[in-house]
Write a protein that binds this ligand. Sequence first.
Ligand code: GLN
Ligand code: ZN
Length: 764
Amino acid sequence: MSKGRSSNLGYPRIGENREWKKGLEAFWAGIIEEEEFLAQMKKGRLHHLQKQREMGIDLIPVNDFTMYDHMLDMAVMFGYVPKRYDYAGGVVPLSTYFAMARGNQNAVACEMTKWFNTNYHYIVPEFQDIKPILTENKPLLAYREAKEKLGIKGKPVMVGPYTFIKLSKGFDPLQIPAIILQLIPLYVQVLTELAQEGVEWVQMDEPILVTSLSEDDMKTVSYIYEQLHEAVPQLQIMLQTYFGSVTLYKEVIKLPVGGIGLDFVHDAGRNLEHISTIGFPQDKVLGAGLIDGRNIWRADLAHKTNLLSKITGHVDASHVWIQPSSSLLHVPISVKQETQLDTLVKDSLAFADEKLIEIKHVTDWLQNGAESIKEVLAENQTIIERVATSGARNRPHVHEAVASLKSDQIGRISNYEQRRQKQQNVWHLPILPTTTIGSFPQTTEVRQARNRWRKGEWSNEQYDQFIQAEIREWIEIQEKVGLDVLVHGEFERTDMVEFFGEKLGGFAFTKNGWVQSYGSRCVKPPVIYGDVEFIEAMTVKESVYAQSLTTRPVKGMITGPVTILNWSFVRDDITRQQVTYQIALALQKEVEALEANGITMIQVDEPALREGLPLKKTEWEAYLGWAVKAFRLTTASVKDTTQIHTHMCYCEFHDFIDSISDLDADVISIETSRSHGELIHSFHHHSYNKGIGLGVYDIHSPRVPAVQEMVKMIENALLVLESRQFWINPDCGLKTRGHKETIASLENMVTATRMVRNNVTATP
Ligand code: GLN
Ligand code: ZN
């Protein structure tokens, strides 16, 4: 056998120019017919396969493509179509498939949630008493297509049984054994048909194995794979893990599978440590995830080959596949398109296509020795060094500022209770103060204005005047509605991270660096390539203008350091913690600038704090430690009378409420209208003594909530929270809502608040 092979785990679906997204949206809008749509999809799919073959990848994944989401594909393949969609059996029609993804007149969509700790969202399968059946063998169809059209013998990919079950809902944990017994025969049938077709290897994705699993979970996993092996021994399963190190390594390597894929990029080398200390079975193939599938940086090939030689010290080279650490779904397609980027930044990047080339180089190194890629290595070294030492990346004063941060607690001058009194003496807010989360409707008009200005059709003055007119209009509306604490409306921002990234040093923006977020929605995350620093005030102008129009307080509004980090592609030559501190120090200057200009209520949004939580619970404490410190760095230097607010878009706080409290924000606003019950429950069990605004209505729908509904919610919340700490606000920003419904909803919110106020007095 030759020494090692090159392999891929999954290729981005969206197409070089987002053809996939455009095709889907044209089909949904009725602009193209189903036949044309399917033809477009097929064209894209085959093109991706063709490209991978041209790059010389030995094991090319098939069935990684999807019309929407790979978990949804698994659900429909097994007939898990909830009753509300009127599905009559057989192959699930495309209309039903998209109804599950997006909802239709008769039925709401299935829930969507984050795929592990990525920004990709999958559709959550619902099991609810459905007896699974095999509606069609999707991996087989994908395999056949690649073979017939291109002569490629692909490696079918699917989500493995345990990950599939663990990520689904609509059952009690006690039912898991029964569900497994139903699903195993279906997986067996899929695998048997693949084996009959001549498939050699199947990639079974089980990223759940890197999360905190119990010994019992592991017993179930062993049972599943023993059953599969017994039923289809002729087929080789590559048990693929990613996003971190395998938790129960000793048990995982005993599973009866042909190969195990491990992530050698994330988790501080723990997989390598396991291989070196515990060993790796000589009869299995090792899928060596050497090239980062989640981030966009050019690999340091000297480092990668060095790592590989450590691996081959324990595993025979003939049993090693060189692959990305995860599917390339999480990175954009090709750097080639980035014609406007600074060369230095461009040179430091590798998107999906460049990563496959890197995989090929490392495979060559393994097969033919270092000499065979000598020139590649030399060039790579030159670029890596140039980037590492460049002035754009390294700003020594930023490093010094972070290094000189004291390890002792960064905190406000006085404790919360003292601050509260002082702030109340300044503001004299009524009990149950009303406010909003920050943004007001971004109408077509607002977006058009921004485009005109960006294209140079409008001067800065013209654009500023437009923004000021919007601010003026909404300050008037808020006063008329009777809100107590106002906002300027965020009309000058497209995106809450991009807006700050464009103004801070150390960020770059790609032209075409899109990645799929969910369904056809793609995002283009900012790139943090260098040390981050404050250059000039970013939000003072609009905030000061808004405050000049009213005697009521207007909240300053900035995005927090952890959210900026979690929604960007972050450099990997220094730790995420270091980068976050850099951002925090830059934002601290913004907070201070706001305060110096008379803005003394300042909201620092951290909607993405929770999503940065590590996959393993044992690592939560470390993450929360520096995340909290970064927030405090940003906000703690202000006077006692300056009120710090924060906002988070969820309310699953029970598992880290102490960290939330440690942020030491004077007021936190959170989303609760859709899960009020749960929240009330969690405040029964935990005490939280600072200001807290519970979202009293859901902003995700145009529906105007009735006064009585909100009265009920407020009264219920007052059963577990003190009236003096309680604020009234919608769930989140109102950017996606229309003008009319926003005003009507806020009017009802204020009416509801006044009704409750009449019946309560402030608790001391
Ligand atoms: N201030 C932001 C807004 O209102 C907060 C958005 C968010 O939490 N995602 O739009
Ligand atoms: Zn929110």
